[in-house]
Design a binder for this molecule. Structure first.
Ligand code: ASP
Length: 347
């Protein structure tokens, strides 16, 4: 029994300074061995930590393909006996990779993501504490079956609900609609609530299952996923729709982050309706928390009007998570009805 640690880069691993003329800021230098050596208490976990250094990139540069590779490697580690998985990465896209993983992770073993907001060259870096908390969650029986989790600042968040809410605070991760599902208190993992897990949306591959089989679902392949373009457009004051109009020709799907409960300017309602006739268009809120409504407002451009025009209501799914779900569904060949059903179930 082990905890499998995969490192992806990000602030937690940025212990060195670039000397390539790129500005002199910190860059990824630290390996998993460096990270674990900096964590007092990891030795008391009771389980050895097996390290795999993977893609040492800032999280802004991560791709779906890299995350799928990681999930394959993590699946193999679980098949080989790992009790749980820890992934260190940059915080910028962590809420997205966590949700992508949650939609695909078929195991009972927890898949726990963490990172840091204060790099190791600063006073009071948070990486070591976050890594220790993540390892504790990965090893905890209480966390089994909860899918992908984020352990940060001694809180445990469900991937489905977690958001990065602050650009610099060490308390950046929050789940505005739910709150943390647990805490790490004096080293003990306390899971206070276990929300119904939406995933895995896709079943694990049937053929060739076993240590070599990853969690990529039957029905979508990597090439199809790479070729599936899903745009995210956030509406803002006096948006004239020019950027939206061309999307039907270049993209297979669109997520709209609408105003408030899912509203658009009246002039854009026909533009969005036209797009929804060509590609699936998913309606979310740009607010950062709360749900898109279904049947409260009736004006042109309201949520009810946009649904009548064919937009798909994403409920409580935030725009970033809706985009991940839509891209996976399109890559799996889902049509409008299946997308609406998935949005209704997960949103
Ligand atoms: N830019 C960094 C990244 O996401 C920030 C971080 O790690 O917090 O890779």
């Amino acid at each position: 029994m082990t905890v499998a640690l995969f490192t992806l880069g990000g602030t937690i691993a940025m212990g060195g300074v670039a000397r390539d003329g790129s500005g002199g800021g910190v860059v990824t230098r630290l390996t998993g061995a460096d990270l674990t050596a900096a964590v007092p208490g990891l030795a008391d976990l009771g389980l050895p930590v097996e390290i795999q250094d993977t893609q040492a990139v800032p999280s802004a540069g991560l791709t779906f393909g890299q995350v799928l590779d990681l999930l394959d490697d993590a699946s193999r580690a679980v098949a080989a006996g790992a009790t749980g998985v820890v992934v260190t990465q940059g915080t910028d896209t962590l809420e997205e990779t966590a949700f992508l993983a949650d939609l695909l992770w078929p195991h009972q073993a927890p898949f726990v993501l963490t990172g840091a907001m204060r790099n190791p060259t600063l006073a009071g870096p948070d990486g070591p504490a976050n890594l220790l908390a993540a390892a504790r969650v990965a090893a905890a029986p209480e966390a089994r079956g909860l899918g992908a989790l984020v352990a940060f600042n001694d809180e445990v968040h469900a991937a489905r609900w977690v958001r990065k809410t602050h650009s610099t605070s060490t308390a950046t991760f929050a789940s505005p609609d739910l709150g943390p599902i647990g805490h790490v208190i004096e080293g003990r993992v306390r899971v206070l609530t276990a929300p119904r897990r939406p995933g895995p949306v896709f079943p694990p591959r049937q053929s060739g299952s076993g240590p070599q089989a990853g969690p990529a679902p039957a029905g979508f392949d990597r090439e199809r996923l790479a070729a599936t373009r899903v745009a995210l457009h956030t509406l803002s004051l006096d948006d004239d729709g020019t950027a939206l109009e061309a999307l039907g020709a270049t993209h297979q799907g669109l997520v709209v982050a609408g105003f408030g409960v899912g509203h658009a300017p009246a002039a854009l309602a026909p533009v969005l309706g036209d797009l929804a006739g060509r590609i699936p268009v998913v309606l979310t809120s740009r607010c950062g928390s709360g749900s898109v409504l279904r049947a409260t407002y009736g004006a042109v451009g309201s949520e009810a009007d946009l649904q009548r025009r064919g937009l798909i209501n994403a409920g409580l799914l935030d725009p970033y998570k809706a985009r991940i779900l839509l891209r996976l569904l399109l890559a799996a060949g889902a049509g409008r009805e299946a997308i609406a059903e998935a949005c209704a179930r997960l949103g």
